[in-house]
Design a protein. Structure first.
Length: 552
């Protein structure tokens, strides 16, 4: 193989995230007020638990409204959020996602199985998510930052639809194929290569710059049989229905989310030596595609909290709350503490998975903002929790929808000491309750990706979640111990790769020339070698970075 010397083309990057993405528009503020009024109005209405807030594009302030076509065929992919929602609004997607993604994160994940309270309680600890990221987890509301944003170089990418041939899709051409067979028949390799093989190196370079990411990878490892490209094209054959079609929602979004958190943003083009004296020009979105593929098909260690119940119809109590013995997700205390510790303190990120919201699924969180409110007078708000918290006394209990049946105090977040306390009643430790308006900004996919030397655009979404926190006095310190969601549509599963984790595979242990082992890894695993990605990532970054390929 030729020297792996790479050439970095100059490019200047800009920080695309602004802290004001968490600031609500007047319409959003008005909607939050209406949701609170509906939740607390007397007599309490069970349907208030099913009210869903409007998602918003935080860069434009334009609402992203749920549509009936989410449950029908795909209409268009002009709106990234709407398109992703359309893809994810199917039972087949949920089944595939659990098998392909959640089982990978946790082999014991119960796809399609009923789980009970004891199971969820064991799975729902913020310390399980923060392990390796946060040295000292805080449970004190006084120490939780009211606002936070990740300083990790999060980036959007396409979900690389299997229907389009995964990373063999030539996105530069801007053609969206209506079916799988049309996509894979749009070109053939190595025939396309043979047609240009007699051209000069410069003319070959000009031709292949518009080729797909997988084709560029094949050429970069001197594989003119195009093993990865043909593997990517053929992968859809396993998922064809009787008409030969592949579901439009199948793709690599489960690789993009962790890669976005763990890998520095590709920002500059990189030139790599190719066959016959030519060079392969990698654009940032080409590199993103290979990273997404590596994190989809490679192995990596993860932290997670929460478990999903896959029942089609979830039972609820008369007060509207999900019946915890049928289906229960992560406690709002865990979610609040995850935001405060992972993003507020550590400036990291994690992936939020909302099974009951097709517009937010498997998205890296970019930032958050808390506003606290008095649960007896919801119009009274403050950035300081203690100014609006109320006593957990008879006055509060008379107006609390979670007293019948009593679900408060059943979950206890925090130290082993607190969890093992013997109490006269399950809620005896609760002294204060405070309401929370949590504004969360998350990253979404770009479909299709941008073609060119720039790093590509990022797309964001914004959601407002309502819940309350149960607070106890442990020694001389207030501690968050639990809480109740004010909406049944809430995050149910949170995960993040371990801080020292990297996407790796069996093929990475070999020291042979990539031109030898690379085609085998492509054909058998659909996996791009880490050593190639390492050079691309480090070469494309705007500052000195290290991409981990160590195999333990």
């Amino acid at each position: 193989m030729k020297s792996l010397l790479i050439f970095i083309l100059p490019f200047f990057s800009i920080n695309l995230f602004a802290s004001d993405l968490t600031e609500l528009t007047p319409n959003e503020i008005l909607e939050v007020g209406k949701r609170l009024d509906g939740f607390y109005s007397w007599p309490l209405k069970p349907e208030a638990m099913d009210v869903q807030g409007t998602k918003t594009d935080p860069e434009t302030g334009v609402p992203i409204i749920s549509h009936t076509e989410l449950f029908g065929g795909l209409k268009s992919h002009e709106s990234p959020l709407l398109f992703q929602a359309q893809l994810k609004a199917t039972q087949k997607y949920r089944e595939w996602y659990c098998r392909a993604v959640l089982k990978k994160i946790s082999p014991h994940f119960p796809c399609g199985e009923k789980r009970f309270w004891g199971d969820f309680q064991r799975d729902d600890r913020v310390s399980d998510l923060t392990e390796s990221w946060v040295k000292d987890v805080t449970y004190s509301p006084d120490e939780i930052p009211v606002k936070g944003e990740s300083d990790r170089p999060l980036w959007s990418d396409d979900y690389w639809a299997m229907q389009q041939g995964l990373t063999s899709y030539r996105y530069s051409e801007g053609t969206w194929f209506e079916d799988y067979r049309a996509a894979i028949a749009s070109y053939s390799q190595p025939q396309a290569w043979l047609k240009i093989g007699n051209l000069s190196p410069e003319k070959i370079k000009a031709e292949i710059v518009r080729w797909s990411p997988s084709e560029k990878y094949d050429l970069s490892i001197q594989d003119i049989t195009f093993s990865l490209t043909n593997e990517q094209k053929k992968e859809g054959e396993w998922y064809q229905n009787e008409e030969g079609e592949v579901e439009g929602w199948m793709g690599l979004c489960h690789g993009w989310a962790p890669a976005s958190i763990m890998v520095p943003r590709p920002e500059k083009p990189v030139e790599w030596p190719g066959p016959q004296g030519t060079s392969v020009l990698w654009y940032p979105n080409d590199i993103k595609a290979m990273l997404t593929l590596a994190w989809a098909n490679g192995e990596w260690e993860s932290n997670f909290v929460g478990r999903r119940c896959e029942q089609k119809k979830v039972k609820t109590f008369p007060n509207g709350r999900i019946n915890s013995q049928d289906c229960f997700d992560n406690n709002p205390a865990t979610f609040h503490l995850a935001l405060g510790n992972m993003i507020g303190k550590e400036k990291a990120s994690f992936v939020m998975d909302k099974a009951y919201d097709y517009q937010v699924w498997n998205q890296p969180i970019v930032g958050y903002q808390f506003e606290y409110f008095n649960p007896l007078k919801p119009e009274t708000k403050s950035k300081t929790w203690s100014e609006v918290a109320v006593d957990y006394d008879e006055k509060f209990k008379k107006q609390d929808r979670f007293q019948t049946p009593l679900t408060r105090g059943k979950f206890r977040e925090g130290s082993e000491r607190l969890r093992n306390l013997r109490l006269e009643s399950q809620d005896a430790h609760i002294e204060k309750v405070v309401g929370v308006i949590a504004t969360v900004v998350y990253l979404v996919e770009t479909t299709p990706p941008d073609f060119g030397p720039r790093p590509g655009r990022d797309n964001y979404g914004r959601d407002v979640l309502l819940y309350d926190l149960e607070i106890a006095k442990i020694g001389d310190q207030w501690m968050i111990t639990g809480g109740e969601w004010h909406q049944n549509n809430h995050p149910d599963f949170l995960f993040v790769p371990r801080k020292d984790s990297a996407a790796r595979a069996y093929w990475d242990i070999f020291e042979e020339d990539p031109s030898v082992v690379g085609p085998q890894a492509s054909r058998k695993s659909g996996y791009p070698l880490c050593k190639i990605l390492k050079s691309l990532v480090e070469g494309s970054a705007s500052k000195s970075v290290t991409y981990n390929c160590s195999v333990r």
